[in-house]
Design a binder for this molecule. Structure first.
Ligand code: HEC
Ligand code: HEC
Length: 240
């Protein structure tokens, strides 16, 4: 009996504290302090995905002025604003999922169904569709994205958005583009031995400036200093 009384006194003391904690948590959620993963497609998210995953080939204006087509002469036209193979938003969605596996789509358009979530694919499909309807308005959205600061796992995020295509998911130099960039191939970053300062330099200025291959693009005008520092730390962390 005595024990029971003690217990109830105890829990009576705790209840208000628990309630308070709950209220604080709910307030944080509502004000967006606790990050909620958006599970529905938006144009904003689409612009973000486009900026990270598509500009290398389609260009930061979507006019096909990406780094890769500018470097490789025989590369197919990657202008996405005036393109007409994928007409509807659903066609665009499928092109992103299946890429060059689809009949009539060039093999250099990578199938991205495995790498992006449904929400990301649908968002970027909406974005491309909208970009064709009203280029000015949506290019402005894209530019706004470029100025935003990015999240905390900055190094890894920057790497997966910008470098995987050549250096591969685990840095082994076996990314998709390694099929066409061969001499030299994208560096196996897990066996890289250069100091951090050199990494920062080659990432911002590109290979050519340092007497290396021009296939290693300069990122200085696309990545912020924070992003370059973070991706440098990340590269050092994946060394063998
Ligand atoms: C490695 C380079 C590369 C990347 C990265 C890339 N694409 Fe492409 N994409 C291409 C090429 C090359 C074509 C041209 C295919 C053709 O004309 O047959 C293409 C074609 C397309 C088309 C069809 C254009 C039409 O004629 O209607 C769409 C839509 C498209 N890409 C969307 C995207 C989106 C969205 C992303 C980012 C999520 C993306 N692509 C990333 C290379 C790329
Ligand atoms: C279009 C393909 C491509 C992309 C994208 C790319 N790289 Fe490279 N990278 C290369 C190639 C090719 C080399 C080899 C250059 C050489 O050996 O002359 C290289 C070399 C490097 C090196 C030199 C390593 C060493 O030890 O000497 C670093 C560091 C590097 N890349 C980092 C990055 C980072 C970080 C990104 C993303 C922000 C990136 N790369 C994106 C193609 C690419």
């Amino acid at each position: 009996m005595i024990k029971e009384t003690k217990q109830s006194v105890h829990s009576n003391k705790r209840t208000p504290l628990l309630l308070l904690a709950l209220v604080i948590l709910l307030t944080c959620f509502q004000s967006g302090l606790v990050a909620k993963e958006k599970t529905y497609p938006t144009l904003e998210r689409g612009a973000e995905v486009f900026k990270q995953r598509c500009t290398l080939c389609h260009g930061s204006q979507g006019m096909g002025e990406g780094r890769i087509p500018l470097k490789i002469k025989s590369y197919p036209d990657t202008n996405i604003v005036n393109a007409s193979k994928a007409k509807t938003k659903d066609d665009i969605h499928n092109t992103i999922v299946y890429g060059g596996l689809l009949e009539g789509i060039d093999k250099y358009m990578p199938p991205m169904g495995d790498e992006l979530t449904w929400t990301e694919i649908e968002s970027v499909a909406m974005f491309v569709f909208a970009l064709r309807q009203d280029p000015e308005k949506h290019l402005a959205l894209l530019r706004a994205k470029s100025d935003q600061t990015v999240s905390s796992s900055l190094g890894r995020d920057t790497y997966s958005a910008r470098c995987v295509l050549c250096h591969g998911k685990n840095g082994l130099g076996d990314g998709r583009m390694s099929k066409i960039i061969k001499s030299p191939p994208p560096f196996n970053l897990t066996v890289s031995a250069v100091p951090a300062e050199y990494i920062k330099l080659i990432v911002s200025k590109g290979g050519k400036e340092l007497g290396r291959s021009e296939q290693m693009p300069p990122w200085g005008d696309q990545l912020s200093e924070d992003e370059i520092n973070a991706v440098t730390e990340y590269l050092i962390s994946i060394r063998e």
